[in-house]
Design a protein around this ligand. Sequence first.
Ligand SMILES: [Zn+2]
Length: 152
Amino acid sequence: MASSPARDGETRPDGTPYPVAKDEEAWRGVLDPREYHVLREGGTEPAFRGEYTDTTTEGVYRCRACSAELFRSDTKFASHCGWPSFYAPLAKDSVVYLQDSTLGMVRTEVRCAACGGHLGHVFEGEGYGTPTDLRYCINSISMTLEPLPEQP
Ligand SMILES: [Zn+2]
């Protein structure tokens, strides 16, 4: 069954509630329409348009909806797929996974473990030569980069 955070976002896949819960009206108040479409409705931003696609700035990528830490720049790699790509989340419990059967294929959806916001998908075994052979293909608009302070 197709999943959409707007309707089934009450609990995580393991049945526990998301620590950051708001009703959809409240999310509309804190996210602009494009952010809302991706984070709460599972949309996808166009390839090669996101602001972090080719970013190499060091720092931490936080959830744009709830500010939870999601990914670190040191696991970001150049996949040339058109979206920011990481080979691992910041911590194992930073994200949760759901099976997504939309678009006629089975993919693994990645959501923020804190608020259930849609982040993107994870793909396995593509041969990118990263330590995990995973590609977390994440929408820029789902994240905010917090750059590391400049080193003296
Ligand atoms: Zn979040």
